[in-house]
Design a protein around this ligand. Structure first.
Ligand code: SF4
Length: 242
């Protein structure tokens, strides 16, 4: 694969701050269970109370776009899924946008996992946006950039991480008020995991019992997908790089 992309030379893209790049199984969204390369960018401007990625807030290492691309190609030479995540990857929007375009041009399916707080209009067409809307008990309520509703399309997904009934009711109302199920490919209701979770790989580590959430969703006929973080049921919930 070359270092060029529709007028963008990768050498011209400034370096990015990267926490880790690895291959695992996609744990969430409609793509859960599929092999995926994760490119995890350093830094986040939010502080969600149940965040399991605090190790991304600082540190990392500078990488050129070419180095990132070649590591992705090494891990997944025949294409496939690449997830750009963090931290909050859109904090490095200027560098990230051309890299995502280059990954698309190279034949990868690109997922962008974002908090929803940053504007998303510059994300290249073709990137599948998995966008959080932070709920009241996340510690970061009212951070969703409402204009992002205008740039979501039928391939994108919106995720609500829920820690109790009041979060669930907020999510249910948000979905209904904005007709989200008609706007995006999937609405994801995800029970928050305890950030201290370690050892047992079961639903007791969730802050909200998935069975209770499933029953609420069925009772209310919510058109959303129950989204479990399956990597936390496959590996130790505290394990990084999976
Ligand atoms: S937006 Fe994501 S990385 Fe940032 S604090 Fe919240 S959960 Fe953690």
């Amino acid at each position: 694969m070359s270092g060029r992309s529709r007028g963008v030379t990768l050498n011209s893209i400034p370096h990015m701050q990267i926490t880790e790049i690895y291959k695992s199984i996609q744990g969430e969204s409609s793509y859960a269970g599929m092999p995926c390369v994760f490119v995890r960018l350093t830094g986040c401007n939010l502080r969600c109370v149940w965040c399991d990625s605090e190790y991304t807030f600082t540190g990392g290492h500078r990488m050129a776009a070419e180095e990132i691309l070649s590591e992705v190609e090494c891990l997944s030479p025949d294409g496939g899924l690449v997830e750009i995540t963090g931290g909050e990857p859109m904090l490095q929007e200027r560098e990230l946008v051309p890299l995502m375009q280059r990954l698309l041009d190279s034949g990868y399916s690109v997922l962008l996992e974002t908090s929803g707080e940053r504007p998303l209009e510059k994300v290249p067409k073709g990137v599948i946006k998995i966008v959080d809307v932070k709920c009241p008990n996340s510690g970061e309520p009212d951070t969703f950039h409402m204009e992002n509703l205008e740039v979501l399309n039928s391939q994108d997904e919106v995720k609500f991480v829920l820690s109790d009934r009041s979060d669930y009711e907020f999510a249910r109302e948000f979905v209904s008020r904005h007709g989200l199920e008609r706007k995006v490919g999937a609405v994801l209701f995800s029970p928050a995991f305890s950030k201290e979770a370690t050892g047992s790989r079961d639903a007791s580590q969730c802050l909200l019992d998935p069975r209770e959430l499933a029953e609420w969703m069925l009772a209310d006929k919510v058109i959303a997908r129950l989204n479990l973080q399956i990597h936390k049921f496959v590996w130790d919930p505290a394990m990084k790089g999976v």
